[in-house]
Ligand binder design. Sequence first.
Ligand code: ADP
Length: 630
Amino acid sequence: MIPQASEATPDSVERAPKATRPGLRQQLIIATAAGAVLLAAAGLWLLQQRTAAETLARKNPTALAFEHAPQQWLAQPREASEFERALQARDVAAVGVDGALVLYTDRSGRQFSTRLVDGGARLGELSVAQGFALTDIDVDARTGGQRLSQGLEKTASVAGPLLGLLLLVGVLMHFQLRGSLGQRTRLAEKPKTGFDDVIGADEAKKALKRIAAFMKDPKQYAALGAKAPRGVLLDGPPGTGKTLLARALAGECGASFISVDGSYFSSMFYGAGIGKVKELFKRAREAAPCIIFIDEIDGLGRRSNGKDAPGGGEQEQNRIINRLLVEMDGFAALENVVVIGATNHIDNIDEAMRRPGRFDMIVRTSLPTAPEREKLFALYLGRVKATAGIDLASIARTASGMSPADIANCVNRAASYAAEAGDAWVTQERVYQSLETHQLGGEVSNTKDLITPETLRRVACHESGHALVAHVLEAGSVERVSIEPRGPALGVTYVARAHEEPLYGERELRSRLAMMLAGREAELIAFGNASSGAADDLKRASELATNMIGSMGFGKTFGLLSMAGVPRELIGPDVQKSLLDEARALLESAQAECRRVLEDQRDRLDALTELLLREENVSGVPLKRVLAGE
Ligand code: ADP
């Protein structure tokens, strides 16, 4: 039975109280950058002042008089001819020359300016002859407006790059702040998840419950001298609930939950990764009791000797790991922060990380068993609008090898299929379709439109052969047969083992061999010839047969000798030939057995073929009836 459809309640996310206040580190960065810019500007200004003072000290008084207020001369421009006349009349008292520009004062003190085409080359002689003062000057002949606009241009050209730099620093700091604030608000949560939300994973739950007990009452443990747990490594295939378990642990003891992944610490800025580690632990201590969850910790977990690290990236990595370990070593007795690292590659974790007081507890998660898969389907189908009466046990058997995350996705995809088709409910058929998409690696392919009726009949007969032999020889429970092409397969028969025993008996293996060959055999019986469709079946059957003879001790030639344990150089062509001959004989005996079944049950083979051609997919009661010959 499927529980009523219900809404999944998301975990509440509590923001950390200090989430919007920039950290000391950011404030320091801003202050340092602003200080550096101010210092640079002040230095430039002082330099300019000093140069100006030195230049002035070397000027003569006449030049200084001209340069002090050149506007008084410039405001009275005269033609060059007038200046010539004044010279000829010996009416000039002082002359200042700046290139072609000439400022002059006549003997009655009037001030004029003019421009000379020859640059006043003769003025030296004349000044000696006439006794007027002649000096080189350096004046700015521009009008006020010109000066202002050109000044602005100059400022822009000098200050532009500086401003650009300032802007860049500002933008970077803005994003740094925003980034880190974003991370902060994402960081601290108080999950509502508990261990009851985690299906299966009993061993892991048991281990984590001990940590939960400690975190709830650290004083009691400390009083007895028990050491606080510091680090846990959760090791298991993806999607087996490592994150969920860590959240459940936090939820169980009302602890905060901070989640990052191994790559969080890597940064393009040298040294920033270490800062992130420090910051992370600081935040965790503030939020204690707290779980720090580091997903894919193997991304940071192996130190190198640094020999082959010219870029310094690996050294940075080592420093990050060291910092992490220093932080963990520095936990005070009652600090109540536990670090949980998740990985699917425990071998990649540095030995130093696994020492006592660090990640010294390893908790393993594994793929769910059939009963656990059934509960998972019940849980996730309970969260969508599913029809009642879905055969959860059959679906769970068919979903062998799937992780809880795969199952959650599978149900979600089934609901999407139903929505796309405009259905009001998620049916068992939709769940099967979704399962097939997962297991065969694709949606129903376009090949469907290209398949001729003859080929379709051949596929139906082939799959019926597998199903019938599996049923009669009890190779497993036949859950579903489909002739809709998906991924590389034109059709598929799901045969689940009734139990998930780790061991296979010889009888079961022989039945499986017969089942694998049954598709081709059914084609031979129905059409008088076989097709390439059996290539994959033959490959898998050959693998199994050679293993049975060469490694499992089911052959006569080798007896108890396993090829896996015999040195390669001792396996000559004669040994290989004997192995292949016996494996082939095994296949032929399986073929004979399967032919016998198919010929005996020809009517059931044909009935299933016809049913498949009509329905495309057959499962549940109709399938069981045909197989039982009812
Ligand atoms: P991992 O961290 O091992 O890759 P997750 O914890 O992220 O796996 O699991 C992904 C999703 O799969 C979870 O959000 C949850 O929906 C589902 N899931 C995984 N394990 C379980 C479980 N044991 N019980 C219920 N749901 C699970």
